[in-house]
Design a protein around this ligand. Structure first.
Ligand code: ATP
Length: 232
């Protein structure tokens, strides 16, 4: 589903560059990992490299999805159209601020990724997610009339609307109060489980991660770089 070995990515240039290393990561369908570490250690950088938004400096192996697409080779050959297609088809992103388009109703925000890919508007995954996240009453509203928690719930559905294989969420609960953060985590986990996704969730909320017993990839300070390693 997701299999990465020997990833090194740098943010910035020269001596100022911040290097992030991931020696190994393997996720099956329905599996989730929390990415943790102090502010500025490189969590978003790691997520962006895995999400094909930032090119790695080194990469020994990267296979993605049920077809085990050889992402390393696409990167090595700089096959930008194929990478862009992979990004829009197989990856779903949840951003810190939701990132919804203000001029589209909730239902159109959710449908947009499907429309852009030419997929039919009916989707069992979307229907299920709308049901799990109790979004039915919000579908005809605009994002600005929703609470932050509601927007984050919508952003989660939009991220899986095109039925990606890997969900990448960057601090999805950062703007939420503890109760809503817990609720969103719960909902995220049930979506991952019900839709058989793999997911990486950046979070600094240790209590929440412990509460849900999520396995972690934690930041370890190395020489001039941050390494992300499984923590128990
Ligand atoms: N565009 C950039 N150019 C150069 N350095 C950058 C850039 N963006 C971020 N950095 C630096 O790279 C490092 C890693 O940043 P990153 O955003 O990945 O950390 P993070 O762990 O996600 O932080 P936070 O928890 O605060 O969001 C930081 O030291 C940051 O200052």
């Amino acid at each position: 589903m997701l299999d990465i070995k020997g990833l090194l990515v740098a943010r910035g240039e020269g001596a100022q560059a911040h290097r992030v290393r991931l020696n190994e990561l393997h996720l099956e369908q329905g599996e989730i990992r929390a990415i943790t570490g102090e502010s500025g250690c490189g969590k978003s950088t790691l997520l962006e490299a895995i999400g094909l938004l930032l090119a790695p400096q080194q990469l020994n192996h990267y296979r993605l999805g049920r077809e085990a697409v050889d992402v390393r080779q696409l990167l090595a050959e700089n096959q930008q159209p194929a990478l862009a297609a992979l990004r829009s088809r197989q990856l779903g992103f949840v951003l810190q601020n939701g990132g919804l388009l203000p001029f589209l109703k909730v239902r159109d925000n959710i449908q947009l990724p499907r429309r852009l890919l030419g997929l039919s508007s009916r989707s069992r995954a979307v229907e299920k997610a709308v049901e799990v996240l109790r979004l039915e009453p919000l579908l005809d509203k605009y994002p600005q009339s929703l609470s932050i928690g509601e927007r984050q719930r919508v952003a989660c559905v939009r991220a899986i609307a095109h039925e990606p294989q890997l969900l990448l969420a960057d601090e999805p609960t950062a703007a939420l109060d503890p109760h809503n953060a817990q609720r969103l985590f719960e909902l995220l986990l049930s979506l991952v489980n019900e839709l058989g996704l793999s997911a990486l969730v950046v979070s600094h909320d240790w209590a929440l991660i412990d509460q849900f017993g999520l396995p972690r990839l934690g930041a370890v300070n190395g020489e001039g770089e941050t390494r992300f390693e499984p923590l128990v």
